[in-house]
Design a protein around this ligand. Structure first.
Ligand code: ADP
Length: 411
């Protein structure tokens, strides 16, 4: 049983780089948490602070409710799996896995029991007598995992463990690691820049950018309800489409084209404080319905015309790249449709999947945010020019994009 709790954890490197800002999360026992975000967003730094390989500048880290800020890495009961794994070439698979336990003077019978049970989980039993060079890349990776598993740590930390493997093996190892996690049942924190790994492996995802958490949530939830335009664009391929425009007279009016997109009653209610204001409509490529589809009619009031560009063929589906003014809009549709002969095409937006964002803050407009958005985010500044947040709004502020937070806290 292991819970991990970070409370406003920050990292400021010696040179002054503020790599991680106020990172807070409660991780439950047996969760598989994935930190995801572009390179340099602070994922590894956060993981290394949890491992004790990097000092926490300020904030608190608890493992099983025990403050761990100053505990040595070996006293944290954590195993770290890196992307490059050095196996001992002269030792058998068995001894590679047993080595750390021998050093700790674990009794021989117990070592044997732990190694064999890890080998079962990892499907390495037939290879226990082999040397690493006689194993495939995936098998070697599993031995590296095995060395951590036999130690039975409370928490597994993995830093891009699959990035050195080729594409096919990476896909196979994704589901292997998930299966192993289920069998071992240890709390796991996994770092990757690959949003597909995050989506397929995580029980919860932490999306990061510029050292700030952007959103924490289950993969499906984040995919459907991204908290801001960064998350909307980062999670999902091809990325969510964005149409900039205004809300007027019951319609969303995109900046380009001649079509108006009718808003449903619920959408109008959500957007009631945005009449005459600029918003961004977000819609995923698979939620745009081609005019020849049977489902089109139902949403025809939300339809608009696009200029067709190139088509990517992916077998059963095609991604049709189109233009609407300056915006690139991608439609994901069945390859049974042939769009090669048309210069323009019409699509309808499935209203259940439309998302709206405040154009200036980039935050998703949700019922929860409405009251705050209404205030037009003109924060009060104290004498040092630092934004004053009323306590009840703190929660919402913590979800603002890094850019905006930065703007508000600039001296
Ligand atoms: P990620 O894992 O998301 O790629 P990192 O945590 O490695 O990001 O880095 C976050 C930021 O901290 C980056 O701007 C990086 O340049 C900086 N950084 C990382 N390590 C150090 C260090 N030892 N000294 C100074 N800055 C560092």
């Amino acid at each position: 049983m292991a819970t991990v709790r970070l409370v406003n954890v920050n990292k400021v490197y010696d040179g002054g780089v503020h790599a991680v800002h106020d990172f807070s999360i409660d991780i439950d026992d047996k969760e598989f948490i994935v930190f995801v975000g572009p390179s340099g967003c602070g994922k590894s730094t956060t993981l290394r602070m949890i491992a004790g390989l990097e000092e926490i500048s300020y904030g608190e880290l608890y493992i099983d409710d025990k403050l761990m800020n100053s505990a040595a890495p070996k006293d944290r009961d954590i195993a770290m799996v890196f992307q490059s794994y050095a196996l001992y070439p002269q030792m058998t698979v068995y001894n590679n896995m047993a080595y750390a336990l021998k050093l700790r003077k674990v009794p021989k019978a117990e070592i044997d029991e732990r190694v064999r049970s890890a080998a079962e989980i990892l499907k390495l039993t037939p290879y226990l007598d082999r040397k690493p060079r006689a194993l495939s890349g995936g098998q070697r990776q599993r031995v590296a995992l095995g060395r951590s598993i036999v130690r039975r740590p409370k928490v597994f930390l993995m830093d891009e463990p699959l990035s050195n493997l080729d594409a096919k093996l990476r896909v196979a190892m994704r589901s292997e690691i998930v299966r192993i996690h289920r069998e071992v049942g240890a709390t796991t924190i996994y770092v990757t820049h690959d949003q597909i790994e995050a989506m397929t492996m995580a029980s919860r995802i932490v999306v990061m950018k510029d050292g700030f958490i952007q959103q924490i949530g289950e993969p499906d939830y984040i995919y459907r309800y991204p908290a801001n335009m960064f998350v909307a664009g980062f999670i999902g391929t091809p990325a969510m489409n964005f149409l900039h425009g205004t809300v007027e007279g019951g319609y969303f009016i995109p900046d380009a084209g001649k079509d108006k997109i009718a808003l449903t009653k619920d959408q109008l209610k959500l957007l009631e404080n945005y009449i005459g204001r600029r918003v961004v409509l977000g819609i995923r490529p698979e939620n745009l319905i081609y005019e020849k589809s049977g489902r089109y009619e139902k949403y025809s009031k939300q339809s608009f015309e696009l200029v067709r560009g190139i088509t990517e063929k992916l077998g059963d589906i095609i991604n049709v790249h189109c233009g609407l003014g300056d915006a690139e809009i991608i439609i994901k549709m069945s390859s049974k449709y042939n769009v090669e002969d048309c210069k323009t095409l019409r699509v309808a937006a499935d209203s259940d999947y439309m998302r709206f964002f405040n154009e200036s803050t980039t935050l998703a407009i949700t019922a929860e945010h409405k009251e705050y958005e209404e205030a037009e985010v003109t924060p009060e500044l104290d004498e040092d020019n630092v934004v004053i947040i009323e306590p009840e709004k703190e929660n919402i502020f913590s979800r603002l994009s890094a850019k905006i937070k930065d703007k508000f806290s600039k001296k």
